[in-house]
Ligand binder design. Sequence first.
Ligand code: SF4
Length: 288
Amino acid sequence: MTTIIERQAGFCFGVVRAITASERELQKSNQLYCIGDIVHNNMEVSRLEAMGLKTVTLEEFNRLHDCKVMIRAHGEPPQTYLTAKKNNISLIDATCPIVLKLQKEVLNAYGKLKKAGGQIIIFGKAGHAEVVGLEGQTENTAVVISSPSDLDKINMEKPLHIFSQTTKNKQDYENIISLIKQRHKTGEIFVTDSICKKVSLRAEKIGQFAKSMDCVLFVSGKHSSNGQYLFNLCKQHNDNTFLISAQEDIDIEKIKHFNTIGISGATSTPMWLMKKIEEYVHQKIDSE
Ligand code: SF4
């Protein structure tokens, strides 16, 4: 039996940046807060929490004073920066540069459309941190849609500017744009391709990887949007794909007869975890 970790797997650079910044800070002082999980992976969050990182909710953040708080790669709405200033909180801002650029584009588009009575549309998951950060650029007036059933929320007579959450599926984004174009009354629609290239390039490669393996262990936290998306792609190309978040989730009986076992993960899955899983699979299967 051979195991292969997909070459493209591991953290994206936005997540690496955020984790490196938190580790650097925790080496200096062992107290740092982070609004929400720094990465959608419980194992990595636990590792950093053992070093002193404390994850807080937005409500808890609003009550903090005179301390250091980390902004993760997903970014935050303008209100968070105002609260930090008011409460003497110094921010370690690890918003991914790609997300930061998108926030600026949404802000600019909102400035232009507001005068024309238009709407900003965000194709993404309502309540996801990145989406909340983008809505904040529009004074929370943006319309968030996640599927064709949400199209009734859009005023099809107003000018629109459509953006996507960076981790969405390219094909789904194109489909929803085409549906909006069919229904819109004036055709005054602007579209920004805001899907992260790191995610779309991985999506292209992951299917080939899954196809070349007898089975795939896809490692991801349950709340990772990008993990769910990449897992589904693997599954489409190889039905023997199993979603796991830790070695405890592996059913060895189901995989022990395969010759090649591929290991891959979301952009929020640490390489150390995939290596640990590889080791575990060898220990279990090679000893039988
Ligand atoms: S997936 Fe892309 S946009 Fe999101 S944090 Fe990673 S590099 Fe940045």
